[in-house]
Design a protein around this ligand. Structure first.
Ligand SMILES: Cc1ncc(COP(=O)(O)O)c(C=O)c1O
Length: 385
């Protein structure tokens, strides 16, 4: 399935929109996959569309059970279905609403490099923000736990695993951050964005959902956000789900949502979410096997330019200087020399300067074209042969 070319022409793909019309540019930026989604999702959408009842649709309580089953089966974590909010809008919207509902009493603290949307959302919401550089280590990075403690956060926001590097955070690191958030008093929360957490590479360690430690008092100080959009390549039908153990925060969030005319459920959103969680497992297993093969090929070709070997997801964090590209303008230089469009590392916070992010969720034939083009860089030529 992932060895065949995948043509997105005519689908208005956002990622390819800027590349199209620029003579053969290959788009490797925005984080969605150039790979076909699960047949089970396509079948469920077709079946639902065949019934012409498209009126208001309530949130089906089975959706909560499916989320709990998923966390139990994939991560061996027990989730109370009552914690689950089934949200028919994008993770980005959910993060904004969650942060507004939290109304943190201190700064929102997050690491850098980190998915740039967190900082954008905080700025848009007028929330004070503090970005802490990740600590480089032999595997790429670890979390600067002591710095988090010193910064007295009102909330901590973390992509776990990390976008852009694909690093997994250890259980000890995650628990320490939850304790730091809790120590800041009422409302102190660790908001773990686990959008990339189901795309675990089977040859690496375990992902530790923050909910592992969401028992007892600490539970009220954790929130998880996840989405089938990233995992099952269905972000065009925006949906996500949040695990909110604190009933007070849950109710603040649903009240805030109602003020915008937003309720749990959604017709297409639930159709996609339920089909993916109920029947998408085998597709996902095949997908991550493919991603590992592509990761191995690219890390072999790119050598020292790879800052951290990903343990999850489909993103590769690269050092522009080691590719022989000018640190200040690496994205444009790579586009011009190789016709490859990557994401500029600066979009991932201050620690992203001089870096590039490459989305490697591509089918085998496109991978070989990418490798051939990377071979135009003198620093890569030998290894790309
Ligand atoms: C960690 C993380 N959180 C949130 C988002 C936002 O997802 P969306 O744009 O679908 O709302 C992304 C998108 O790349 C992401 O990587």
């Amino acid at each position: 399935m992932f060895d065949q070319p995948f043509d997105r022409t005519g689908t208005d793909s956002t990622k390819w929109a800027t590349a199209e019309g620029r003579g053969g540019v290959i788009a490797l930026g925005l984080a969605d996959m150039d790979l076909p989604g699960p047949p089970a999702v396509a079948a469920a959408l077709a079946a639902r569309a065949a019934h012409p009842a498209y009126g208001y649709t309530r949130a089906d309580p089975r959706g909560r059970e499916l989320v709990a089953d998923w966390y139990r089966a994939r991560h061996r974590v027990g989730i109370d279905p009552d914690w689950v909010l089934l949200l028919p809008f994008s993770p980005r919207t959910a993060l904004r609403l969650l942060l507004e509902a939290l109304a943190p009493a201190g700064p929102v603290v997050l690491p850098t490099p980190e998915w740039g949307g967190f900082a954008e959302i905080c700025r848009a919401a007028g929330l004070p923000l503090r970005e802490l550089p990740l600590t480089p280590d032999e595997h790429g990075y670890r979390l600067p736990v002591e710095e988090f403690a010193r910064s007295r956060p009102g909330a901590i926001v973390l992509s776990s695993p990390n976008n852009p590097t694909g690093r997994l955070w250890s259980r000890a690191e995650i628990r320490a951050l939850a304790e730091i958030a809790a120590a800041s008093g009422t409302g102190g929360v660790l908001l773990a964005d686990e959008l990339h957490g189901d795309l675990l590479h089977p040859d690496h360690g375990l992902h530790h959902p923050v909910a592992v430690d969401a028992a007892g008092d600490l539970a009220r100080h954790t929130v998880t956000l996840n989405s089938v959009g990233k995992t099952f390549n269905a972000s065009g039908i925006p949906s996500c789900f949040a695990l909110v153990p604190d009933p007070v925060l849950r109710s603040r969030l649903t009240t805030l949502m109602a003020g915008f005319g937003l309720w749990e459920g959604g017709l297409l959103e639930q159709t996609v979410q339920q089909a993916a969680l109920r029947d998408g497992g085998p597709w996902l297993d095949a997908l991550v096997r493919h991603l590992v093969t592509v990761r191995e090929r690219l890390t072999g070709v790119l050598g020292e330019a790879v800052v951290a070997v990903p343990q999850a997801s489909f993103l590769l964090w690269l050092d522009a200087a080691r590719l022989g590209l000018p640190a200040g303008d690496a994205r444009a230089a790579l586009l011009e020399r190789c016709g490859l469009e990557l994401s500029d590392g600066a979009a991932f916070g201050p620690a992203g300067r001089g870096r590039l992010r490459l989305n490697y969720a591509v089918p085998a034939p496109l991978l070989e074209q990418v490798v051939a083009r990377l071979g135009r860089l003198e620093t890569v030529t030998e290894r790309a042969r």
